[in-house]
Design a protein around this ligand. Structure first.
Ligand code: XMP
Length: 526
């Protein structure tokens, strides 16, 4: 199939920066497709990819390591494709082309102001302030130890700070650019403008990567891949599988069958709302399997968290397989794998981002299922998945909902899982979320939920002492879920949540708020 949507692409060569994915997202937000590959991709592959522009990311290494420092194939810098090096990316351009990089004893980390030095296509008409000499000044984010001390021949200095005299350089003839600061982070207020200059003014890209174009493209791809065959999808009610369901339904209609497994560990009304939205409103074929009893029976007397996870995962596969065996002529299994899963599993498997292993996010389905995978979101970041979800008509509440772990309430009940506990936890959790939404805090937190603590604590109701269960509230702010800060919820809101839970659920006598950040704690309690 001719690939119009990706005919213009930015190749992002990754040197291991924590910001690499952010660079790709910034480029895509501006409407240009970008793809991440390892820095040591071979040059033939680059020619095959035929990028319109190349960006070299930052990274933790030092060019001063000499020959062992990662560097791009020399042809990357001579093939006539515009190149932008960011931080380490700039330093490697300098070192590879005959300039010099010095190891500075002064690490620069945080806000800085750079003065724009020389009229360059990259920083043209970009400024936050104008200084007394009339020069443009930019507020930027710096994070580096080394810096370029002398530029290769043909380059001019386009930006500088007091501690970093060469904070930007350009070779206009060869279309090679480098900046020491990070345009991808929001602290660099003109970051997007700088990317725009590079993409549109310098590289001549046209913005075509939009939510509608992605949908059309995926629909065409799915149709051509699937033909007249049937596709099976495990629908969990989470954002990714829901968007896959909506997209595939639009692409292949009744050839899609979804299986929704109610494992008894779902949030309040989850099953009803999934059926309502997909089966009733959208006309998607959804088989709802009520397997709560099976899951709860298996979980009886099991207290070890990893054991619980395994049991839940295996039982899911078993139920899912039983159902899929009943559906005739299924050739494909659809999954909600997204781009960060692909990049991360590729990077962790091989250290190179271009060998891609398929990622089983339904929990490792057995190979003998012999189904081929359809993963229409595997090129997309979460924010892009959300945008196309909205365009496909999914409700805002569903598209922007907090993530929910596969093992569900199973890892939010400490120790043994019992039906009685799941029922109480579901009620308390629904109250907490309702209050967060009502006070505008659902959107301000990244994940929030209740945890059931199987200890009895005393309370006094009227004149009577009551021994009842304890609920923990957890709310965190995070962008990557690798680190997280406990959310500073207002005391009044916490008070309201606590009193509603204790008053409306008689089996609960105490509510606590978890003030642990990650690390060292994790977001979930088990
Ligand atoms: P932790 O607790 O490790 O959680 O800080 C980080 C993120 O991962 C989610 N999580 C899981 N998701 N299966 C999942 O699908 C799991 O077993 C699991 N454990 C944690 C958690 O909800 C948070 O978003």
């Amino acid at each position: 199939m001719k690939n119009e949507l990706r005919s213009e692409k930015v190749l992002l060569l990754d040197f291991g920066s924590q910001y690499t994915q952010l660079i790709a997202r910034r480029v895509r937000e501006l409407g240009v497709y970008s793809e991440i590959r390892a820095w040591n991709i071979n040059p033939e592959e680059i020619i095959e990819l035929n990028p319109t522009a190349i960006i070299l990311s930052g990274g933790p290494e030092s060019v001063a390591q000499g020959n062992s420092a990662p560097s791009v194939a020399p042809s990357v810098l001579t093939m006539g494709i515009p190149v932008l090096g960011i931080c380490y990316g700039m330093q490697t351009i300098a070192a590879q082309m005959g300039g010099a990089v010095q190891n500075s004893d002064r690490r620069e980390f945080g806000y800085a102001q750079v003065k724009v030095k020389h009229a360059s296509a990259l920083l043209m008409e970009v400024s936050d302030h104008i200084d007394e000499s009339g020069a443009a000044v930019l507020d930027v984010w710096m994070s580096h130890g080394d810096n370029v001390s002398s530029m290769p021949e043909g380059f001019v200095c386009i930006a500088s700070t007091e501690s970093c005299p060469i904070a930007g350089m350009a070779d206009h003839k060869r279309n090679l650019y480098g900046i020491q600061f990070h345009p991808e982070v929001t602290h660099t207020t003109q970051g997007s403008e700088i990317f725009k200059q590079f993409l549109f003014r310098i590289s001549g890209c046209n913005p075509s990567w939009t939510a509608m174009a992605i949908i059309d493209d995926q629909i065409a791809r799915v149709r051509s891949r699937v033909g007249n065959n049937n596709v099976l999808l495990g629908l969990s009610g989470g954002v990714d599988s829901s968007v896959v369901a909506a997209l595939l339904h639009r692409a292949i209609g009744d050839q899609l069958t979804c299986v929704f497994v109610d494992n008894g560990l779902l949030r309040k009304d989850e099953g009803v709302s999934v059926m309502e939205m997909f089966a009733k409103n959208m006309g998607v074929k959804v088989i709802r399997v009520d397997a709560a009893e099976k899951f709860l029976n298996r979980l009886r007397n099991v207290t070890d968290p990893e054991m619980k996870r395994k049991l839940i995962g295996n039982t899911f596969i078993e139920v899912f397989e039983q159902q899929s065996a009943k559906i005739k002529d299924v050739k494909f299994l659809a999954q909600g794998t997204i781009y960060p899963d692909v990049i991360e599993s590729a990077a962790s498997n091989t250290g190179k981002a271009h060998v891609i292993k398929s990622h089983h996010n339904v929990g490792g389905l057995p190979e003998d299922m012999q189904l081929e995978l359809v993963e229409p979101l595997r090129e997309l970041f979460k924010d892009e998945v959300r945008k196309i979800g909205m365009k496909l008509g999914l409700p805002l509440d569903m598209v922007y909902r907090h993530p929910f772990p596969g093992p569900g309430l199973g890892v939010r009940i400490i120790g043994e899982v019992r039906k009685e506990y799941t029922d109480l936890l579901r009620e308390a959790d629904a109250l907490f979320i309702e209050e967060l939404r009502a006070h505008g805090w659902y959107e301000k937190t990244s994940q929030a939920f209740c945890v059931f603590l199987p200890v009895k604590s005393v309370g006094v109701v009227g004149d009577a002492r009551r021994y009842a269960w304890v609920i923990g509230l957890r709310a965190v702010e995070t962008t990557d879920f690798m680190t997280a800060r406990w959310a500073r919820l207002p005391y009044d809101l916490l008070e309201r949540v606590s009193s509603r839970i204790i008053n409306e659920i008689p089996e609960i006598s105490r509510v606590t708020y978890d003030i642990s950040s990650k690390p060292p704690s994790t977001i979930e309690w088990e």
